[in-house]
Ligand binder design. Structure first.
Ligand code: PMP
Ligand code: GLN
Length: 400
């Protein structure tokens, strides 16, 4: 059915509103709440990186970069993925620098999805996946991850693959919002289940360096069979504390990259040149920064868990990413969206209701908090959250 807006405009995405991150951030600003909703650090990127940005611009890196990205950056990325995942990419034909992971994911979906193609999305899911599929005429097939571990429901997964003619699967590892990660056996199992079907897989690995408790990130890059039909997406913003620079990259074999670049050249063409220069220079001389990143964020996670204990929310486990989930099921029956709005307006802390990550509004009474913040910020948030005891945030009231 074609739906028209009031002014007769035919919308391709009639049911889509403003993203939950933007909505919660706008409310946080309105109520001067501590923003633990949107996933971005509230601290500066390294000084050296900022200086390189200035230097790049001064030294003339101000015009279009080559379509796949500055060679010096692609070389650094190549070294990085070889060091971390023992994966040797061809710099010219298998690495593409993008305007963040969001554009990468959109361009990939747009390159391969035709009208009526089915795309398997595990929920809770990052909010850009489904609209990118829908706007290209694709059909999302949703599968809920198992709570509270947010692990893959293997039987349902296999049934789904056998029942539907799935063209593409999107897998996010480490997972936003749950902080779950996949182990090697699980990755191998995914490869086996999808092998005969010739299914493409997008691996959204934007939090690949944020894996905790001495675990190793099992990138799809480690599995050569899987890489025959995988496209792996990374975000530099998540690793360099500069989400606003909007830089990311795609790794895929040349025959896949060739198709993706056809779209990439007309969705963005090339990406901010001085920022690419700065990141390349920084990566060249700061391997230590990257190798200590997981400990840096792990200590933030631990600190947040520790100071949040007296608040009375039930904290779920977090093995990676910027985020931790807290259940309020035992505290009341209010919806997570209403609870999150009240938390902002009455308590002064913003988080994300995870029903926003489900297409059908499923509400397991869980809130997502971002701990990629200064300790002072986390402390202020928790001091405010301690006031929860005097408020009826989670109790369902008549107006709900
Ligand atoms: N995927 C996931 C799982 C994310 O959480 C995000 C945003 N944080 C993105 C993709 C998009 O990353 P970027 O900001 O590089 O576009
Ligand atoms: N990825 C970020 C998050 O999960 C938000 C990015 C955005 O606002 N689109 O919070």
């Amino acid at each position: 059915m074609i739906e028209k807006s009031e002014k007769g405009v035919i919308s391709k995405l009639p049911n889509l509103g403003i993203s939950v991150f933007a909505r919660m951030t706008a409310l946080a600003t309105q109520y001067q709440a501590v923003n633990l909703a949107q996933g971005f650090p509230d601290f500066q990127p390294p000084d050296e990186l900022i200086e390189y940005l200035y230097q790049g611009s001064k030294d003339g890196f101000n015009q279009y970069a080559p379509m796949p990205g500055l060679l010096m950056l692609r070389e650094q990325i190549n070294e990085r993925i070889f060091r971390d995942y023992n994966y040797a990419a061809k710099v010219d034909t298998e690495i593409t620098v993008t305007a963040g992971a969001t554009q990468a994911i959109y361009s990939i979906i747009s390159s391969f999805i035709r009208p009526n193609d089915k795309v398997l999305i595990f929920e809770p899911a990052y909010d850009s996946y489904a609209p990118s599929v829908l706007v290209n005429g694709g059909v999302p097939i949703y599968l809920r991850l198992k709570e509270p571990s947010f692990s893959i429901p293997w039987n349902e997964f296999e049934n789904c693959i056998n029942e539907h003619n799935i063209k593409l699967i999107i897998i996010n590892n480490p997972h936003n919002p749950s902080g779950a990660i996949l182990n090697k056996d699980e990755i191998d199992r995914i490869e086996k289940i999808t092998r005969e079907k010739n299914i493409l897989i997008i691996w959204d690995e934007v939090y690949d360096l944020l894996v905790y408790d001495n675990r190793i990130h099992q990138s799809a890059l480690r599995n050569s069979d899987l890489m025959l039909r995988s496209i792996v997406v990374f975000s530099l913003g998540k690793t360099l504390h500069n989400t606003g620079w909007k830089l990311g990259y795609i790794i895929a074999l040349d025959y896949l990259t060739k198709e993706i670049r056809k779209l990439h050249q007309f969705t963005v063409f090339s990406v901010n040149t001085p920022a690419q220069y700065a990141v390349a220079k920084f990566m060249d001389s700061n391997t230590h920064f990257f190798s200590t990143l997981s400990k840096f964020y792990e200590s933030k996670r631990d600190y947040f868990y520790q100071i949040l204990q007296p608040v009375g929310l039930e904290m779920l486990s977090c093995m990676g990413s910027y985020f931790t989930l807290a259940s309020f099921k035992h505290l009341g029956e209010n919806s997570d969206e209403d609870s999150a709005i009240k938390l902002i307006s009455e308590i002064g802390v913003a988080c994300v209701p995870i029903s926003a990550f489900y297409h059908d509004g499923y509400d397991p009474k869980i809130l997502r908090f971002c701990f990629a913040k200064k300790e002072e910020t986390l402390e202020i948030a928790v001091k405010r959250l301690l006031r929860l005891k005097d408020h009826n945030i989670f109790a369902k009231t008549d107006i709900n």
